[in-house]
Design a protein. Sequence first.
Length: 332
Amino acid sequence: MPTPAPDVAALAAGVRAANRRALAKAITLIESTRAEHRALGEKLLAALLPHTGRAIRMGISGAPGAGKSTFIEALGLQLVAAGHRVAVLAVDPSSALSGGSILGDKTRMEELSRQSHAFIRPSPSGGTLGGVAARTREAMLACEAAGFDVVIIETVGVGQSETAVAGMTDVFVLLQLPNAGDDLQAIKRGIVELADVIVYNKIDLDRKAANLAMGQMKNALTLLHPASAGWRPPVLGISATRREGVEAFWREVVRCRDTLAASGQLADKRRRQSLDWMWALIDSGLRERFRAHPGVRAALPACSAQVASGTLTPAAAATRLLDTLERRTHRA
């Protein structure tokens, strides 16, 4: 027996009423890859869109072991105690072999997950590059419509491609370890240039190493262009396990957002992010339609075999398949 289609109007009303179950169902619908669910998801987002945009959007990235989940829990608990409503969208890596994902962030943020004014949603990356899931931006909008005034996106990890979160948040935070070696060599300059705030966690383990690393980073930042005009990224030291330095960190986040808002950069940034996301969805949609096209599906095995055997160049194969798509489209 087929599952009945969700009532979009009722679901939107539930989200607006801050019903956590309704929000979870809404995000599940938005993340669904089924064609009929996508159409309903678009209707749901259209209903929620007027109620979005009022939250502080923060992205957090960092190398595995940097303590992202511990840091987010410490921050979330402090914000909830101060009267905020906090949503955490945590992206877990999907297996390249099975496609599965552990989705263990609720376990790592157990204390925060029990708070009535907090919402934690783990999602698999599903092979999406950039450290986020395919529908993280839409899930963020649903959380805003549910009244969460702070939305935190935790990325898979850190690297040259782990930068998509900077394109959907107001403040991008890079979490570092004080004794991880040459930071600029390890993470390259690309992601450092995108960071609005740089944080060294676990400083209580080796304060001398932490001070040295933070000093090196501050010097390095003088050679780089800041992500936003008029804002120089601060370099902070914290201990998430001891809840040390978390309050000072939040003050810097608020100061960053207020600085960008006062200069008009925040509104410009969000407009640019929306347009960039539109083109990203167009690119992914075209790729999906290309693969699903009957002519392409018929020609793809032969082209793939020829490329693999070395009898056809990848460029020639791509041109042939694109021409197949074009001929079929014009004929239709």
